[in-house]
Ligand binder design. Structure first.
Ligand code: ZN
Length: 277
C-alpha cells in the first residue's frame, strides 16, 4: 500500500469512527429502536445472494414467480420437493443454510437488545441467524426456513411439532387441521398478516431505525425507513456500498456489517457506562 493510500484509509477509518460515535449517541437516546436487516448482513455468515454476481439464481436460474400458487395447486408435490430438493439453487441454499452460523453483526444486534437499545429486529432473511444469535423480539418478513406454518390459523411450528408422513402429504396442522407449508414466503405468497401488522406497529413506534445489510428497495421493507423519517425519527444505515437510502438517511456507516455493528455496540456500551457513572 502506498503512503497516500494508507493516509486515505486512515482518514476513512477516522470518518467512520466519528460517524459510529454519532450513531451511538442517537441509539443511546432513542425511545424505541427497530433494526431492519437484509441479505447483506448474512453474507459474512456464508449465505449467498440470490441475484447479482455469483447469486444462486444468477448461477442456477430463477425459481418460478408463482411458487405459492403452485403449492396451492399441488401441495403434495411441493412437499416432496421440500423433503428432497432437486432444484440446484435450492440444494445449494439448503447446504449454505445448514452450515451458516451467526456473525458479529447478528451478535451485536442481540446484545443491543439485551442492553435495551434495540426493541425489535425486522428481517428479510429466512436464515434463522438472528434467532440463533439470541434476538428475542424478531419479525421475519419472509419467514424462517426452519419453521412450518399453517396456512389457515397462521400458527408456526418447529419441525418436530408436526408429523410429516411422506405417504400422506401435505401434513395437517395439529391445531386446526389446515394445510401446513414451510414458513418461508414464496413468490406470489402474501406476507403473513401477523408479521406485517407487527412491522407496521413497530415502525410507527420507532424514533430510530438501524438499517443493516439491505438496500431496502423491496416492498414492504422499503417503506419502513421512510416512515420513520416522516415521523421525525432517525435512520442509521450500515452497508458496505451506498444505497438508495444513503442520500436520505440521518447517518450512513459504510463498512462491513459485522465490524461496524460490533464497533457501534462497543460505543453504545461505553456511552451508557459514562452516563451511569
Ligand atoms: Zn392451523
Amino acid at each position: 500500500m502506498t503512503t497516500d493510500a494508507a493516509a486515505t484509509n486512515q482518514a476513512m477509518d477516522e470518518a467512520l469512527d466519528a460517524a459510529i460515535a454519532q450513531a451511538a449517541q442517537i441509539l443511546a437516546s432513542a425511545r424505541h429502536t427497530v433494526a431492519l436487516t437484509g441479505a447483506g448482513l448474512s453474507v459474512e455468515s456464508g449465505i449467498p445472494h440470490f441475484r447479482g454476481k455469483g447469486g444462486l439464481w444468477t448461477k442456477h436460474g430463477e425459481p418460478p414467480l408463482d411458487g405459492f400458487q403452485r403449492f396451492l395447486r399441488d401441495p403434495c408435490k411441493a412437499w416432496q420437493e421440500r423433503l428432497s430438493p432437486s432444484e440446484p439453487w435450492l440444494v445449494a441454499l439448503v447446504e449454505a443454510l445448514s452450515r451458516a452460523r451467526p456473525n458479529a453483526g447478528h451478535r451485536a444486534l442481540a446484545e443491543l437488545e439485551r442492553l435495551g437499545c434495540c426493541d425489535c429486529v425486522i428481517t428479510q432473511n429466512i436464515d434463522d441467524l438472528h434467532r440463533q444469535a439470541g434476538t428475542q423480539r424478531l419479525l421475519e418478513i419472509h419467514g424462517n426456513h426452519r419453521l412450518l406454518r399453517c396456512l389457515d390459523c397462521v400458527t408456526r411450528f418447529a419441525p418436530e411439532e408436526v408429523a410429516v408422513d411422506p405417504e400422506k402429504l401435505p401434513p395437517q396442522c395439529p391445531r386446526c387441521g389446515g394445510v401446513v407449508k414451510g414458513d418461508t414466503v414464496q413468490f406470489g405468497e402474501p406476507i403473513p398478516p401477523d408479521v406485517l401488522r407487527g412491522c407496521t406497529e413497530e415502525t410507527a413506534r420507532a424514533d430510530c431505525m438501524l438499517v443493516a445489510g439491505t438496500s431496502a428497495t423491496v416492498y414492504p421493507a422499503a417503506e419502513f425507513p421512510f416512515e420513520v423519517l416522516r415521523g421525525g425519527g432517525s435512520v442509521i444505515e450500515v452497508n458496505p456500498e451506498p444505497t438508495e437510502l444513503t442520500g436520505v438517511a440521518t447517518l450512513s456507516l459504510q463498512g462491513p456489517g459485522g465490524a461496524v455493528l460490533e464497533r457501534l455496540l462497543q460505543q453504545v456500551t461505553e456511552l451508557r457506562a459514562e452516563r451511569a457513572s
